[in-house]
Write a protein that binds this ligand. Structure first.
Ligand code: CMP
Length: 136
């Protein structure tokens, strides 16, 4: 069954020139881009997107980081898109991510982990509405 997920290439990934690498992996897997945009988040949007982490000790640093420069937001669709992208990304902590995944190949630390992918169908729907309110 086809589904949609929200993918972000975070400011560290954009700054390091990894937009093309991430998109190439998405396309090579067979997933489709349904929306794609380069933008810099304001704090309010960042806090809404990461609301589930608002009581975590790293929340302030996370909002600082995700608003620190342009990011790429994409809606990615296809069969099992949510799990398929999370497999491409690898575990949140890059040093625990599977060999060959985006985070294993490009990152060292849990905050600067290059990409975000929705973790389930409800969060995908919620996050897509935050980034592309008029389109889905
Ligand atoms: P992401 O998949 O975007 O979802 C929440 C983000 O919080 C996560 O990727 C990391 O970038 C960040 N994060 C998770 N755990 C920690 C942590 N212990 N310290 C700092 N940042 C974290």
């Amino acid at each position: 069954m086809s589904e949609r997920t929200l993918v972000l290439v975070k400011p560290d990934g954009v700054a390091r020139g990894l937009i093309g690498d991430v998109i190439a992996r998405i396309e090579r897997k067979g997933l489709k881009l349904a929306a794609l945009e380069l933008r810099t988040l304001d704090r309010e949007t960042a806090e809404t997107h990461y609301a589930e982490h608002k009581d975590k000790p790293f929340f302030g640093d996370l909002v600082d980081f995700i608003t620190s420069g342009p990011l790429v937001a994409a809606v990615v669709e296809g069969p099992n898109a949510i799990k398929a992208f999370r497999q491409l990304a690898g575990a949140t902590n890059p040093v625990e991510a599977a060999t060959g995944s985006i985070r294993a190949d490009h990152a060292l630390e849990v905050q600067n982990n290059i990409v975000h992918g929705s973790d389930g169908p409800e969060s995908a729907e919620r996050e897509i509405k935050i980034f592309f309110p008029d389109r889905f």
